[in-house]
Design a protein around this ligand. Structure first.
Ligand code: TRP
Length: 346
């Protein structure tokens, strides 16, 4: 019996700010859980990070940190190609070609762009920020990924990726696989602990906004105990805005325990918000402890991370260059001539 070939997935996280339990529960954990089902490509998207100003030293440090966290969270470099986006020039090249196929109207409609742009002076918003989703489309399409495991907030970017792939295929002939978003049921959208109506973000300021993956247990506990709830006492999953805080704590709890809504609600029957917070803190700390241990072990092993990233870049380049070559050919770029064997006669 031949095993049907596995579908390919690709995803990435920006090396800006500190990874949060939102990144873990909305993305990383699912990459890890499903790594035997797919052929896996996971990159650290440093080209995306510079759409907002970054300190060069810090960007380099965060790029190592995020790649190490991929493995600490459980990605196995034997099963997953782990690489740095800027190590593969094809990302920027394909992004340019797709930029030329992107109507401004599509890009101006992206809610993430509108949110980020609204925080800056209109005239100084960089074209990079506007083109951010086109670069993301290039990341995905270069590897002919079938699935893109991401958090709920990336749905619209995935739609744009599909639209661009379809547009290219329509104009130049079948080239790209049309990818699908793989959005987890539980934990897809972890909200800010201090503001449960907005997504938990690694770039939002505030000491009590997010639990970071590298937070010591006491810091994690303190943040969860301080989480915003409401003046009621009902511990139930709910979509009501006033119950968003409690719902968020239950969501985090569920993503880590995998219990059903009913079982979780039943287990908190007759208990208070303080009990809920303690229980959430315990499961979060229990998940972070082994992750942090592996993280430190990994960085202690001199040269190991570099080796993984070099192997990853080599594997990623093979696939990316193949797609890019085909794209350039279809677009009509003249293939570079090689001196040999043309010059053979001289
Ligand atoms: N935009 C994604 C995010 O903020 C990060 C990202 C960049 C990405 N390129 C990607 C995710 C390709 C999936 C696939 O979460």
């Amino acid at each position: 019996m031949t095993e049907p070939s596995k579908k390919r997935v690709l995803s990435g996280i920006q090396p800006s700010g500190n990874l949060t339990i939102g990144n873990y529960l909305g993305a990383l954990l699912h990459w890890v859980e499903d790594q035997d089902l797919y052929e896996n490509y996971f990159c650290v998207v440093d080209l995306h990070a510079i759409t907002l100003p970054q300190d060069p030293q810090e960007l380099r440090q965060k790029t190592r940190e995020v790649s190490a966290l991929y493995m600490a969270a459980g990605l196995d470099p034997q099963k997953a190609t782990i690489f740095i986006q800027s190590h593969i020039p094809a990302h920027a090249e394909l992004a340019w070609i797709l930029t030329c196929l992107s109507p401004l109207g599509w890009l101006n409609r992206m809610t993430q762009f509108k949110d980020k742009a609204a925080k800056q002076q209109a005239d100084s918003v960089s074209a990079g920020l506007l083109n951010y989703p086109v670069l993301m489309a290039a990341d995905i399409l270069l590897y002919q990924a079938h699935g893109v495991p991401v958090g709920d907030d990336q749905r619209q970017h995935l739609e744009l990726t599909r639209d661009l792939a379809q547009r290219f295929n329509h104009i130049y002939g079948e080239t790209f696989v049309i990818p699908e978003a793989l959005i987890p049921r539980a934990g897809a959208r972890v909200m800010g602990l201090d503001d449960p109506l907005s997504k938990m973000s690694k770039s939002t300021a505030g000491d009590y906004h997010a639990v970071y993956l590298l937070d010591p247990p006491n810091a994690a506990r303190k943040k969860i105990m301080r989480a915003t709830t409401d003046s009621g006492r009902e511990i139930r999953f709910s979509t009501l805005p006033e119950k968003a805080g409690v719902n968020n704590l239950l969501t985090i709890y569920q993503a880590l325990t995998h219990d059903s809504n009913e079982a979780i609600e039943a287990s908190f029957e007759g208990k208070g918000y303080g009990d809920l917070k303690k229980a959430v803190a315990e499961v979060v700390i229990a998940a972070l402890e082994p992750l942090q241990r592996r993280y430190h072990q990994l960085l202690d092993e001199e040269g190991y991370l570099e080796q993984v990233l070099a192997d990853g870049a080599e594997r990623a380049a093979t696939l990316a260059e193949k797609t890019l070559k085909e794209v350039k050919d279809r677009v009509g770029f003249l293939a570079p001539a090689h001196r040999w064997p043309v010059n053979r006669d001289c």
